[in-house]
Write a protein that binds this ligand. Sequence first.
Ligand code: ADP
Ligand code: MG
Length: 356
Amino acid sequence: MAAIELKGLTKVYPGGVKALDSLDLSIPDGEFFALLGPSGCGKTTLLRTIAGLETATGGNVVIGDRDVTGVQPGGRDIAMVFQDYALFPHMDVTENISYPLRIKKVAKAQRQAKAGEVGARLGLEQLMDRRPGQLSGGQQQRVALARVMATQAKAFLFDEPLSNLDARLRLEARTFLKKLQRELGVTTVFVTHDQAEALAMADRMAVMEAGHIRQIGTPSEVFQRPANTFVASFIGSTPMNLLDAVVRGDTLEVAGCEVPVPALAAGLLTDGEKIVYGVRPEYMTYTDEPADGSLSGEVIIVENLGASHLVTLEVAGVLVQAVVPEGREPALGDRGHAVPRGDRALAYRDGELVSA
Ligand code: ADP
Ligand code: MG
């Protein structure tokens, strides 16, 4: 087990695409770290560069107390699981799991014992003689995990390992993988483009955009205080309301309504300044009675979220969303009022969070 430290890591592909731009990142020993970002932002490149499958154009990769920047993948003691699992179709489960040990010239009896032990831990006992073609997607995914675990690496790298599973299995695998990582205590970098997955699984997480890290923090920090409007709009199962606003003393003018200045930005805004006002639909209280400091307008969409509804109001031509508990949802065409929670509302100046 080991910490991972990246210093000024840069990767420029032949042809000139800068996939990683002088990236700094420090992941302590034993942490479950999620790397989140849209397709093409550099997540796979980052993992492959840590693993040594890509050569860094600049900067350093340190694993434990060893600088491995120039070291071949096999010498880094790191195990990586790919999105498509990359199982060998002609090998059974035991052979697939023990393959890395065969490469390391571990004796056959020992390899099989290890494969059996790890397979049992992942609930594969009954399937050890099957080939990948005879397994479900979820079972294949567990074999890929078992293969990684059998290697006893210092760190695990996962590249969207759940993205080929159906929604239900994916939720199960998420809990299972998280529990396993806890038990093993191996430093893990988990790449996903699914913000819910990152929030649910990570001890800490980074949000990437175009080769840069835009925020690092715990899931709560990233969810409640997105550092910029990119992260704000990327995180959350319903998108954050990001509304143009003008500062008027202690209040903000938003879509012709008056709301209090967010607590986090108190004393930091200038009268007359233009900002972006951010508040999550979950942090809005919806009422059908007029209320102070509310955004008021006509209900134009009501979406069922299961235990709640997402209500969209049109406020002077601007769309504002609020999550409304089950049984309290309005009808289309109603006049409604969304009261933002002052302690959860945010102000963004030039795209960056305003806070002390
Ligand atoms: P992600 O995993 O976040 O989707 P990638 O790391 O795969 O992103 O890609 C980051 C950027 O680098 C993209 O613009 C992609 O097109 C480019 N890229 C990835 N691999 C190569 C390659 N082998 N050669 C050239 N460009 C590449
Ligand atoms: Mg990728």
